[in-house]
Design a protein around this ligand. Sequence first.
Ligand code: PMP
Ligand code: GLN
Length: 415
Amino acid sequence: PAERVRESNPSIWVELSALASEYNAVNLGQGFPDGPAPRFVTDELKKIAKHPELTCAHQYTSGYGHPKLVKELSKWYSYLYQQQVNPKTNILVTVGAYHALYYSFHAWINEGDEVIIIEPAFDCYAPQIKLAGGVPVSIVMNFPDGGTNASQFTVDFEKMESSITEKTKMIVINNPHNPTGKLFNRMELLKIADIAQKYDLIVVADEVYEFHCWGVNKMIRFASLPGMWNRTISIGSAGKVFSITGWKLGWAIGPDHLLAPLKAIHQNCIYACSTPTQLAVAMAFEKEWETFHVKPHKSYLGGYLPEKLEIKRKKLQKMLVNAGFAPISPQAGYFMLANYTHLNTGFRISEGFEELDDYSFTKWLCREKKLAVIPFTAFFANIEDKMRNTSFVRFCFFKKDRTLNDAKKIMKKLS
Ligand code: PMP
Ligand code: GLN
């Protein structure tokens, strides 16, 4: 194989999804809703399938995005960013958010360029940056011992600033944050904006969970901050927005000069994404808009989704506390971390075993108890940071009640 893939190991999703299915485990690991996809979205795909004669639905579409989808995205994000988003030049439709991230790094990172990542972080950032020839620089968030809320994860901005060198090119932020469930507040985002401005950095804002905020928690999109549109590539995912992760459709949004190099790769890489799913997502956005912009609390994204998530979040949190875990209450997204080390279970760490404790616990839980979760250390790149963070595992709570109830039965018998 080529040099650049020699060090590559199976990602946590490859490894643990296989384990979960091998043991037929109740899966609170990988982040996807296991209930039915919203019917108003799948109905659009059904309509498309009933019309094989429609060229605009079944043949190649415009390379940078189906005209109807970019039109909808432009309408939505012009409103959400309070910034004119041009459908023709400011949007690139990709195969999920993964792909938009991949393009962002490949289009902007030269050999040796440094990219700041706030850790814990979604696990593909560091490997993707390295594949592009860049150097990931981790800024690990602080969290107090015994903390109970995701808002207690905080960034040391002085440390972030002092890590900047003449090679620093970019900062990646993920808000709402996977895996902690933290929602960055305005003050924190403005600090990042100041640093980006001062050192002339590009910001990649992975906002795939932008609609997954409940209660008083309000999402602030990075591109909407003063002066930030011009230096931000915002990344979204239809899989997350409409709870259809298997459709693998995402987008990068940004000013012409930031998106042009991504498009340069795209035109020779895949040229255009799958047409019918783009059209169906466009029609779902169009339908959703009718209620979202007049009565948001009555819409799927402004009402149904956040309400469902809050109920499920509470249910899982209660189950975890009753079972003896110490959960960290999330502010947004669909994940929750929990400390497992006070559980009185049969799990014992084997002496001299060359594996991180949270991996051992995760594998034991999957094999012996048939419950799949994700080890927290998967979200750190450096071994020293992993070693300091072996007490947590991540649960996904966007699961149907039956799955959560099955998990509850398992948890009841844990200690
Ligand atoms: N970013 C984050 C923070 C994620 O959790 C995920 C996982 N879905 C992605 C990006 C990738 O999204 P997609 O499935 O649209 O590629
Ligand atoms: N983003 C999802 C998670 O964090 C799934 C990622 C994946 O399956 N590759 O669980």
